[in-house]
Design a protein around this ligand. Structure first.
Ligand code: KG4
Ligand code: ZN
Length: 385
């Protein structure tokens, strides 16, 4: 980035803005301008990370309503940015660059963040960095861990379930994706069937704590199919049928807890089985190099303890190191967007100002440099990305 403000600085301060789904978020980070990952002691770069979740706005509708989400972002984004600046004890004069989610996500929400960022960029003459939300999830780990490229990311969020081989801040190779629902979407739908309130995933995990995982035999999705793709619709149907049969026999708390636990373990086993196939593919990509074998889980579902322990056991068996960023950085937040912006500066991948200013919100934006393109329409089915 050739902006006068950031020239020759050792540390850069970035504002990050996220509005692609149902969190209005802004953060200020301050991090090293150069990537010296292997020699560096990682210092906490987050000065402020303000998140407003819109759970209450959508509670009556059983899912995120795009129009309500966009309106709520409009109402709150300015004050969230002000709060972030206040908490970081910064003014706009301290900000070297503004990173903003430009997609993928709900187009109305993305437009709110992008327009806000463009306005601040113009009025304060601060460079603008459009960020891919999925890239931000995938790169988050480097904000808190000293981990060099390449690494494998299992990205499990409300809108995506993908395995990405991350070669640099700008090069991602997609090894697998979901052929139907995303993992988080499946957790949310099962939680709804179980009568649990939003947010579905964490509430299902809480209910599953008191349940048995071995009471019901669950299907093993795609177990006859090679490769790294995922499927959750069979698990969802099996769980719904169990619930319907159980309710006929008389609803009770233990039954619901056992169903929640069985589904959760089956989903975790499925994620682990497909990730195991990806490890083999990555070994081939590494071609015998003595590079560290590093597996990262990112996205909201990475907060799930059963998913983490199941993946940990699988990774250990294959001599891969598992790294999971703290849960508060796995779900949508502004710090991950700011961090992705910093990574783009370091990689000299910031588009020229005119191009950034002209950029439209991108509801779909596959994160893949594969010339063949996505095999299953990007793997995005739910409202979240
Ligand atoms: O990454 P995220 O905040 O938003 C995007 O989708 O981009 O992920 C949200 C998803 C939701 O589906 C939520 O239910 C799920 O992550 N999630 C969980 C847990 N915490 C969040 N799923 C299972 N267990 C959890 N503890
Ligand atoms: Zn996300």
């Amino acid at each position: 980035m050739n902006a006068a403000r950031s020239k020759n600085k050792e540390f850069l301060t970035l504002l990050g803005i996220e509005t692609s789904c149902d969190e209005t978020a802004a953060a200020i980070i301050r991090g090293p301008a150069q990537d010296d990952a292997m020699g560096r002691e990682v210092q906490e770069p987050i000065l402020a990370n303000i998140i407003h979740s819109q759970f209450a706005d959508h509670a009556d509708y059983g899912g995120v309503v795009p129009e309500i989400a966009a309106r709520a972002h409009v109402e709150r984004v300015d004050s969230i940015i002000e709060q972030a600046l206040d908490e970081a004890k910064c003014t706009m004069a301290d900000i070297d660059a503004i990173a903003v989610t430009a997609g993928p996500g709900l187009v109305g929400g993305v437009m709110v963040g992008l327009t806000t960022a463009k306005a601040i960029s113009l009025s304060h003459a601060i460079p603008l960095i459009p960020v891919n939300h999925l890239a931000a999830h995938a790169l988050t780990v480097r904000m808190v861990e000293n981990i060099a490229f390449p690494f494998l990311v299992l990205l499990v969020s409300g809108g995506h379930t993908q395995l990405l081989w991350v070669e640099s801040a700008t090069r991602f190779r997609r090894l697998g994706t979901t052929i139907d629902d995303a993992a988080g979407e499946a957790f949310d739908k099962i939680a709804q069937l179980l009568g649990l309130p939003s947010p579905g995933g964490p509430n299902l995990e809480a209910l599953a704590h008191t349940g048995r995982t071995d009471r019901f035999a669950m299907p093993r999705p795609l177990h006859k199919r090679e490769g790294c793709d995922f499927s959750f619709s069979g698990l969802k149907t099996a769980t719904r049928l169990l619930l319907e049969q159980g309710v006929e026999e008389g609803d009770n708390h233990q039954l619901r807890a056992d169903i929640a636990a069985s589904f959760q373990q089956a989903a975790a086993d499925h994620l682990a089985a497909r990730t195991k196939a990806a490890l083999t593919a990555c070994e081939a990509l590494l071609g015998g190099q003595n590079a560290p074998r590093q597996l990262v889980i990112a996205g909201g579902v990475a907060a799930n303890m059963t998913v983490k322990t199941t993946l940990q056991a699988m990774a250990e068996t294959h001599d891969w190191r598992l790294i999971v960023p703290p849960a508060k950085l796995c779900t949508d937040n502004g710090a991950m967007i700011a961090w992705a912006g910093l990574e783009m500066i370091r990689a000299d991948a910031v588009p020229p100002a005119e191009q950034a200013m002209a950029l439209a919100a991108r509801p779909r934006w596959p994160l893949d440099n594969n010339p063949e393109g996505p095999r299953h329409g990007g793997g995005r089915k739910g409202p979240k990305a």
